[in-house]
Design a protein around this ligand. Structure first.
Ligand code: GTP
Ligand code: MG
Length: 180
């Protein structure tokens, strides 16, 4: 009986979109997630950028996330249908300090749902990200039960407050990132 000692490693590749209005921090979030870096400097993305995040899920599973960083200005262009193709998940990002970027969230969601579906015909799963939570919220900022309700009504899996600038440390509150 040959008892193989070679452990099989399964690999998955997932295409994930990151969309939302101009300057909300899509590129910054991706840079933070993939390279642990942050820059104050704003350079608008032109068209689309890509990043790969490799996750050692467990000893037998490798996940590659192919992150598609789509420029905010593309909502007015004709390319999103092409960029969205075969995506299996998405993040829609808004800037907590600019209410207009939250108002655009539904427009992005609609654009997405009308142009891409999972192979089984269902909408792709989308998570809402309220970015720049290190800064002051826009005056009538939504509280969390409103956000829960909004997600339920609009078909988001859920939402998270995020910051590409500072790291959140459990139990210790906010801490400025040392790499700044
Ligand atoms: P487009 O490519 O034009 O669609 O913009 P984007 O969504 O990729 O925004 P980008 O990541 O370039 O960030 C825009 C500006 O916001 C930059 O000056 C960033 O430094 C700043 N920024 C991004 N995320 C955060 C954050 O979490 N907190 C703070 N304070 N600033 C942020
Ligand atoms: Mg960008």
């Amino acid at each position: 009986m040959a008892n193989s000692t070679v452990t099989e490693c399964k690999e998955y590749l997932f295409k994930v979109l990151v969309i939302g209005e101009l300057g909300v921090g899509k590129t910054s979030l991706i840079k933070r997630y993939v390279h642990q870096l942050f820059s104050q400097h704003y350079r608008a993305t032109i068209g689309v950028d890509f990043a790969l995040k490799v996750i050692n899920w467990d000893s037998k599973t490798l996940v590659r996330l192919q992150l598609w960083d789509i420029a905010g200005q593309e909502r007015f262009g004709s390319m999103t249908r092409v960029y969205y193709r075969e995506a299996v998940g998405a993040f829609i990002v808004f800037d907590m300090t600019r209410g207009s970027t939250f108002e655009a969230v539904s427009k992005w969601k609609h654009d997405l749902d009308s142009k891409v579906k999972l192979p089984n015909g269902r909408p792709i799963p989308v998570v809402l990200l309220a970015n720049k939570c290190d800064q002051k919220k826009d005056s009538n900022g939504d509280n969390s039960s409103n956000m829960d309700q909004f997600c339920k009504e609009s078909g988001f899996l859920g939402w998270f407050e995020t910051s590409a600038k500072v790291k959140f440390q459990h139990h210790n509150g906010w801490k400025k990132n040392e790499s700044l």
